[in-house]
Design a protein around this ligand. Structure first.
Ligand code: NAD
Ligand code: LMR
Length: 329
């Protein structure tokens, strides 16, 4: 099992690589970054595991030979490459720089290992995942069931903030977020917990989850955005993917995926599939990728309304990503 981290020297990349270094399901961990990852790789390689750690960086600004070698034979590729926010910026403000970074990395992924699972962290996720999709489509190698935007951090935050409110600390699988990964497009689904909270508590909780990224950006005072919690979130997601690919298990995760051709028994999800091409939903993942969209359970009218209200914003951010690739051709 070969897992490649593209952007391995960053705040997320380093912490995530540390967490992945101790995962017994990975045989080869490959670190790639435009900043030479030799130091990070050597440091990690002193942690005793049977895993092999390799590292690559481009030889020049235009060189992609090292990226090709890094990706050769990859089973899973994760992309945390890109710039993070500073106070006062929105995720969409990162578009101009990160769109090109993601497109360039995905182009080579498409040429070298398009069958690998691809998990994108780089913001704005609502646009970078459509960028990846459009780029791969143009190369005739798009496998929508294997391309994911990681939104797990929103769910981690929901579990934590709900835990702070209620004292319940084992909320995994009971609550999660759907939709996208920015402001109002993030929609917490509270399931049975909704009945235990007042409407004011719900309103505050939903708002805090939606804007939790800003809390970290402000607290870091210009030195970036969430890295440690994001690495934990990506590690949770990738552990699921690893179990599906290595052990043939079927795992339940939530991610931002292309929902247009997926199967579901949930009427509301089916309605959403007609409105929006990409959406964060609970998914069942097997060795070949997403097998099915899970049910959202019984949503409240408020939850349904909020999801529907966010559709135009989400569609605009998705269209912006697809347009970027079409116009770059
Ligand atoms: P960072 O600046 O610490 O690290 C980014 C790394 O990417 C750097 O090491 C940089 O050298 C590398 N990089 C830049 N261009 C590259 C290229 N073309 N090829 C390979 N590597 C390249 O940033 P960070 O804090 O780790 O955040 C990374 C991205 O993740 C940001 O866009 C941020 O907004 C996003 N993010 C997403 C979530 C989420 O929930 N999906 C959460 C937190 C952060
Ligand atoms: C987050 O939610 O923390 C990330 O998307 C980073 C950011 O810019 O807020």
């Amino acid at each position: 099992m070969k897992l490649v981290v593209l952007g391995a020297c960053g705040g997320i990349g380093q912490t995530l690589s540390l967490l992945l270094r101790t995962n017994a399901l990975i045989d080869e961990l490959v670190l790639y970054d435009v900043v030479d990852p030799a130091g990070v790789a050597t440091d990690l390689s002193h942690i005793p595991t049977r895993q092999q750690v390799r590292h690559f960086c481009p030889l020049s600004k235009t060189d992609d030979s090292q990226l090709r070698t890094a990706l050769q034979g990859a089973n899973i590729v994760v992309i945390p490459a890109g710039i993070p926010r500073k106070p006062g910026m929105s995720r969409d403000d990162l578009f101009n720089i990160n769109a090109s970074i993601v497109q360039q990395l995905v182009r080579v992924y498409g040429e070298v290992c398009p069958e690998a699972f691809l998990a994108i962290i780089s913001n704005p996720v609502n646009s970078t995942v459509p960028i990846a999709a459009e780029q791969l489509r143009s190369q005739s190698c798009y496998h929508p069931e294997k391309v994911f935007g990681i939104t797990t951090l929103d769910t981690l935050r929901l579990e934590q903030f709900l835990g702070e409110l209620t004292g319940a600390w084992d909320l995994r699988g009971q609550v999660y977020t759907v939709g996208g990964h920015s402001g109002e497009t993030i929609m917490p689904v509270l399931g049975n917990w909704r009945r235990r909270l007042s409407s004011e508590q719900i309103e505050n909780l939903v708002h805090r989850v939606r804007y939790a990224g800003d809390e970290v950006v402000q607290a870091k005072q210009g030195k970036g955005s969430a890295t440690l919690s994001m690495a934990a979130a990506a590690n949770r997601f990738l552990c699921g993917i690893l179990r599906a690919t290595c052990k043939g298990e079927t795992v339940d995760e939530v991610a931002f995926v292309n929902v247009s051709r997926l199967k579901t028994d949930d009427c509301f999800v089916r309605e959403m599939m007609h409105k929006v091409e990409f959406f964060g939903v609970p998914i069942r993942i097997g060795p070949e990728g997403v097998a099915k969209v899970g049910s959202l359970g019984s949503l409240s009218t408020d939850e349904k309304d909020a999801i529907l209200r966010s559709v135009p914003t989400l569609c605009a951010q998705i269209a912006k990503g697809a347009r970027f690739v079409k116009e770059s051709k």
